[in-house]
Design a protein around this ligand. Structure first.
Ligand code: ISJ
Length: 461
């Protein structure tokens, strides 16, 4: 890996080509520059004009946004192996040329993507383009942080590449993206809404409670689907804009592939690693928000003292604690949960902090944590068996790790809930909830209805 501060694209490409010739192998090139501030969603919209896959990520504190356009590199692994991904990334970086004077700002070569909830699930029509795990390093990556904007361009340079032409093409497309006219946001309107078999779903909740009662299972998380149709092709930029404005304390994400886009606003951090500092979160146990301050406070206090929700939450805390302990010398977890307020509901929340032992990376932790009992149940194998056998829906990337990592394997993954798969004028929304011994199907059904709300509203429903 060569790292320089020289950022003139033609100079960098020429140097990289010399390296390709010396090593008889293509060089992975990444060049970062600071640019004038640009609105991330405008940049995302401008990406539509150059007809390349787009992606979007906003941290839950809304201080960092990433927008990616194009695929400089795609890791697609049907087996969704975490270790293979780690190895492929290391190999890619071995023969690379990284020109980045701004590496402290989450810039440079960064891979974005997701894993399936269950790598053994058969991929049917709905999730067709999203089989296995897929990670992409965008050709153009906008990093927006603390009111500063940076652009990282990434390409492969081969021994025989015409580097002058390559540089000229990159500059043309970059100018198209940066100087596009302010895009018009198209209003999305939902014209049809179809809940997939709510009666059957409630029966499934009953079946889960019976199984929990009679067998050695403590918790099973069950999901359901809501299908909608729009009067026109859905504008993802509009959806992101609404999510960004309404869903505080949430990671906002979009990962587009060939006109299909997985988009959502999830409150649930799986894990973040920054310079071996690890941050995870336990989020399970749900109540609605109140209409008045008093009612809201009452709902929150009831949730904090509700034994059913506290049990559901504790299962998640115990598992995450055990998993993180296997990678870290010390782990800090408060004794009692607090409330995590969202626009439409509130959750029980326990933060987790640790120092990751040398030799382990973000991807090792993601592999160990997923699926947590917040999305699968407990014990993992028995609840997964139940989901595989009885849940009537293809989870795909729903409920699975989605996120990013940089050249040092620093990065962040969230759990892809409160999400929808949008394809043209149709979308499928997903929501689930933890079922325990004393769960009531009607109450769980109502809880999933509230969990659909943020996406439904952002989609114009
Ligand atoms: C499964 C979902 O949410 C999860 C389940 C929760 C619960 O059962 O209380 C709370 C937060 C999430 O961990 C979802 O939103 O689809």
């Amino acid at each position: 890996m060569i790292e320089t501060k020289e950022i003139k694209i033609d100079g960098v490409l020429q140097s990289a080509q010399k390296q390709s010739i010396d090593k008889s192998a293509p060089t992975f090139v990444s060049v970062t520059e600071q640019i004038e501030w640009i609105d991330p969603i405008d940049f995302f919209q401008a990406g539509k004009a150059i007809e390349e896959n787009r992606l979007y990520w906003s941290s839950a504190d809304q201080k960092t946004q990433f927008v990616g356009i194009g695929d400089a590199l795609l890791f697609h692994d049907e087996d969704a192996s975490y270790q293979d991904l780690k190895e492929k990334w290391k190999q890619t970086l071995e023969n690379s040329w990284i020109a980045n004077p701004f590496s402290q700002y989450k810039t440079g070569p960064i891979a974005f993507g997701g894993f399936p909830f269950d790598a053994k699930e058969k991929v049917e029509e709905l999730w067709e383009g999203f089989s296995g795990s897929q990670f992409r390093v965008p050709t153009f990556l906008l990093t927006s942080e603390n009111d500063k904007s940076f652009l990282t361009m990434t390409v492969y340079v081969e021994q025989g590449s015409n580097v002058d032409q390559l540089a000229a093409e990159l500059i043309t497309r970059k100018n198209q993206l940066l100087h596009a006219p302010k895009p018009e946001y198209q209003e999305n309107h939902t014209v049809l809404k179809h809940e997939v078999d709510p009666v059957e779903w409630k029966k499934l909740v009953n079946k889960a409670t019976t199984t929990i009662y009679s067998k050695n299972v403590d918790k099973i998380v069950l999901a359901r689907e809501l299908q909608i149709e729009f009067d026109e092709i859905c504008d993802i930029g509009q959806v992101l804009d609404r999510l960004q404005k309404t869903q505080k304390n949430s990671f906002i994400f979009a990962w587009e592939k060939d006109d299909v886009c997985f988009v959502g606003a999830t409150p649930e951090r799986l894990v973040k690693v920054d310079n071996q500092q690890l941050f995870s979160a336990c989020l399970a146990g749900t109540a609605p928000r109140g209409k008045t301050k008093e009612e809201d406070n009452d709902f929150g206090q009831q949730l904090l003292h509700d034994q059913k929700n506290r049990n559901e939450h504790k299962i998640v805390v115990d598992m995450i604690k055990e998993a993180v302990c296997s990678f870290a010398k010390y782990v800090e977890i408060p004794e009692q949960p607090t409330l995590y307020p969202l626009k439409n509901l509130q959750h029980l929340f326990t933060p987790v902090q640790a120092e990751l032992d040398q030799g382990y990376t973000l991807l090792d932790v993601v592999e160990k944590l997923h699926p947590t009992p917040a999305l699968c149940g407990f014990p993992r194998e028995s609840s997964l068996d139940f989901i595989r056998e009885f849940e009537q829906l293809e989870r795909g990337w729903y409920g699975a790790p989605i996120g990013w990592f940089d050249q040092y394997f620093d990065g962040e993954f969230a759990v892809a809930i409160r999400s929808a798969l949008v394809s043209g004028d149709k979308a499928t929304l997903f929501a689930g909830c933890g079922v325990v011994e004393d769960s009531d199907p009607e109450i769980e059904y109502q809880e999933t209805n509230i969990k659909f709300t943020p996406m439904l509203q952002a989609l114009g429903g």
